[in-house]
Write a protein that binds this ligand. Structure first.
Ligand SMILES: Nc1ncnc2c1ncn2[C@@H]1O[C@H](COP(=O)(O)OP(=O)(O)O)[C@@H](O)[C@H]1O
Ligand SMILES: [Mg+2]
Length: 280
């Protein structure tokens, strides 16, 4: 567990203004980006700190939160980085909701409801003209007031490109055409709603099976092969889907999305309807 960086003390002042006297907990720290949960008598917030190359990414994410009506954000700079404070979203992630399903302990009704809620949240974001860009099992939080999305670092409004370079987010949930455009080398690459739908289906698949959708082993790719090697194989659609089928009725719909050409993929709203029709 690290120390909260003293140079970013202004973030604590902002958090304390919202919550009262704080208790701090480090949630994650990777690639220059750290998340802390800060809680007090009046509530809890998330503090995200981006240092070095992550500073620009964090500033961009704060600007996205500022533009989304359901979110609020306070943002500031410190020596070498950017911090922002946003309300803590209370509830399990999609990955958490599916845990009993993965263990074969039931919970399918709750999981289906969660899957529909996640599709709905993505559909609403898309209908408002946004692309998320980094949908993952941990990036949907199932709150009392519905599903809220997290981690908007690679989000953009359709028609704008707020970065000069995009090298991809979670490789295992990267749509083949997006992998191909990153490989192709011409930047900036845009994230897209159709690639979001691929990642959404892949997220649900992962939540059901506990493993990423693609079976690298069968494609002769080592599990810890470099990302570039996986990206090349994904771009060429050279990696088959995993054959683990614990929930065929749901997975058949997801499989259809994961194998479809980008233009043939359903929208997030259409995927929601497909998932609603699944029997628990
Ligand atoms: N506002 C929030 N409410 C609840 N949990 C959060 C919030 N922000 C971040 N988290 C938690 O911290 C984790 C990391 O945050 P994220 O924004 O995904 O950062 P990273 O860029 O490091 O992936 C999330 O998966 C989630 O568990
Ligand atoms: Mg994340």
């Amino acid at each position: 567990m690290g120390e909260f960086p003293p140079e970013a003390a202004a973030a604590l002042t902002a958090a304390e203004a919202a919550c009262g006297p704080l208790e701090l907990k480090e949630i994650s720290d990777r690639r220059g980006s750290a998340v802390w949960k800060a809680g007090g008598p009046r509530g809890a917030v998330s503090i995200k700190l981006g240092a070095g190359e992550a500073a620009e990414v964090t500033a961009r994410e704060a600007s996205v939160l500022d533009q989304l009506p359901e979110y609020t954000v306070t943002v500031g700079r410190f020596d070498g980085g950017v911090w922002y404070v946003t309300p803590w979203l209370a509830g399990p992630s999609t990955w958490d909701v599916f845990r009993p399903v993965r263990k074969g302990e039931g919970g399918r009704n709750e999981a289906l409801e969660a899957a529909v809620g996640l599709c709905h949240a993505v559909a609403e974001l898309h209908e408002a003209g946004w692309v998320h860009g980094d949908l993952q099992p941990q990036h949907g939080i199932h709150t009392e007031n519905g599903v809220r999305l997290l981690d908007f670092a690679w989000s953009r409004q359709v028609g704008t490109t707020p970065w000069r370079r995009f090298d991809g987010t979670m490789i295992h949930l990267t749509a083949p055409e997006l992998a191909a455009r990153i490989l192709n080398g011409s930047q900036p690459v845009d994230t897209t709603q159709t690639a979001d739908v691929y990642a959404l289906a892949g997220t649900l698949w992962t939540c059901v099976t506990g493993t990423w959708p693609l079976d690298y082993e069968t494609a002769g790719i080592d599990a810890d092969a470099p990302v570039e090697e996986k990206r090349r194989a994904i771009a060429h659609r050279a990696v088959p889907l995993s054959t683990a089928m614990p929930w065929p009725a749901l997975q058949a719909r997801l499989r259809h999305v994961l194998l479809a050409a980008p233009d043939d993929r359903p929208t997030a709203a259409e995927l929601k309807t497909l998932v609603e029709a699944v029997d628990a």
